[in-house]
Write a protein that binds this ligand. Structure first.
Ligand SMILES: *Cc1c(COP(=O)(O)O)cnc(C)c1O
Length: 453
């Protein structure tokens, strides 16, 4: 073992292929269903919304899928991202654990999201689209697609969840700097938005609502595609560059993670880091425990139901089988806007059902406590979402201390928090509150799940 703290790869070591975990699953994923016909959805049903390349990746069973050269070329600006050994954090925690983190905050927009934004925009451009409509929670996804749009000459229209639109004006300015248009959601620009506003003019919005608005806009115009920043198979696929690099970097560290930790909103950064390791486990090559951390007030994996549901609140999307709190559930406000989604990636959900992933949930304040400990030791202020992964990793490290064993813990520091200073302002002033979710609201949302034969 080396006493290095930084594990870097050369540009040539950026992965040449994405890793598709579907090839290693014991059973194929449950089909995506058409809500009207109750039949599986085919590629043609999705073609108005997504480029065919993304659709084919969505259903592919190939273990590896080539990363197009122009995408890889843009990745070179920040990839391979660094992997760090958190030695000062280990010392601060007085733990025998070996803590590593893969840092995705080095991307131009400060998170893992450009890994898929660049790819999706490239495929849209290749297939002749002029515009892409999308939603954004905290603004990370909107920023990343805005960046990708400016690189490929595509117009980007973003529906931003109202609460974040108000809390994070700099994210909006960032998107507009890249030439994107940004609306607070729910908006009165769409049928779905107007319907929500009629019921609740003060709606703080949610990812589910913003998705409905973006899908509606994309479905109306031939020159416009829709793009999602998480949840779908092809999005998780694009993120696997993270885990593949981390695997190589753990080799440089002469170590292998006993535990892999990530935060889960829709599941993409978590999958990006963990799927290559879970794949190695499924193939019987290595053993690793994999922990998913979600917010206690939007607990799709720990409290949701594994069932077919809509991906959006307006019920415009096909039905996917996933852990869900019900598509009409609007999670309480929190600073981890990127984790406020009623559902979970179907692939992550399936792996939880298979027992390959251990889901956990922590409150916002516990996660910020962990994030502050991390920041003071390591000098990086994590995104509020990433604080959940930090909390998960610190919990594992403290368990090592109690048990007197040294385990290697690897987590995804999926983004920095430099656009989230309002959250830290609130924390520092002692004003960060935990808003519990309303259990009766979830019960109601779950009672309204669509029935699928
Ligand atoms: C968007 C985002 C998330 C949540 O999305 P996932 O698909 O679950 O990764 C988490 N962290 C950061 C920094 C994000 O930008």
């Amino acid at each position: 073992m080396t006493d290095q703290i930084k594990f870097l790869l050369d540009e040539e070591e950026i992965p040449r292929t994405w890793y598709n975990i579907i090839a290693d699953l014991p059973a194929p994923p449950a089909p995506v269903m058409h809500p009207g016909t109750g039949q599986p959805v085919g590629p043609d049903d999705l073609a108005p919304l997504f480029p065919m390349a993304s659709i084919m990746q969505e259903v592919s069973g190939e273990r590896t899928i080539e990363i197009p050269a122009p995408v890889r070329d843009i990745y070179r600006q920040w990839r391979p991202s660094p992997l760090f050994r958190a030695r000062r954090l280990e010392k601060a925690l007085d733990t025998p654990a070996r803590i590593y983190y893969k840092y995705e905050g080095v991307s131009p927009t400060g998170s893992h999201k450009p890994n898929t934004a660049i790819a999706q925009a490239f495929f849209c451009k290749e297939e002749g689209a002029k515009r892409i409509a999308t939603e954004t929670g905290a603004g990370q996804w909107g920023s990343s697609l805005a960046l990708a749009g400016s690189l490929f000459g595509l117009e980007i229209e973003v529906f931003m969840v109202r609460i974040s639109f108000d809390q994070k004006p700099y994210r909006r300015a960032f998107m507009e700097t890249f030439g994107a248009t940004c609306h607070a959601s729910p908006s009165n620009l769409t049928e779905s938005g107007r319907k929500i506003l009629a019921d609740n003019p003060d709606s703080t919005g949610s990812l589910g609502i913003a998705i409905s608005e973006a899908v509606e806009v994309a479905a109306q115009r031939d020159d416009t595609k829709y793009s999602l920043g998480s949840v779908l198979n092809h999005v998780l696929l694009h993120q696997t560059v993270v885990g593949q690099e981390a695997m190589r970097q753990m080799e440089l560290a002469d170590d292998y993670p006993d535990v892999v930790v990530g935060c889960t909103g829709g599941g993409s950064n978590f999958a990006g880091l963990s799927f290559p390791f879970i794949g190695a486990k499924l193939r019987g090559e290595h053993d690793t425990r994999v922990v998913a951390v979600e917010p206690a007030n939007c607990p799709s994996l720990t409290k949701g139901k594994y069932a077919y549901d809509f991906g959006d609140t307006g019920n415009l999307t096909p039905l996917v089988k996933m852990h869900t709190l019900g598509s009409s559930f609007v999670p309480p406000a929190s600073h981890a806007g990127g984790l406020r989604y009623h559902g979970m990636a179907p692939l992550v959900s399936q792996l939880v059902e298979l027992g390959e992933i251990a889901p956990t949930a922590y409150s916002q304040t516990e996660c910020f406590d962990a994030g502050i400990t991390f920041a003071r030791a390591e000098g990086i202020v994590p995104a509020p979402e990433a604080n959940h992964a930090v909390k998960g990793a610190i919990t594992e490290a403290m368990r090592c201390k109690e048990e007197g064993v040294s385990r290697a813990i690897l987590f995804n520091l999926c983004g920095h928090g430099y656009f989230d200073m309002q959250a830290y302002t609130d924390y520092n002033a002692g004003n960060l509150a935990d808003h519990a979710y309303d259990e009766s609201e979830v019960a109601m949302a779950l009672a309204g799940l669509p029935s699928v034969a």
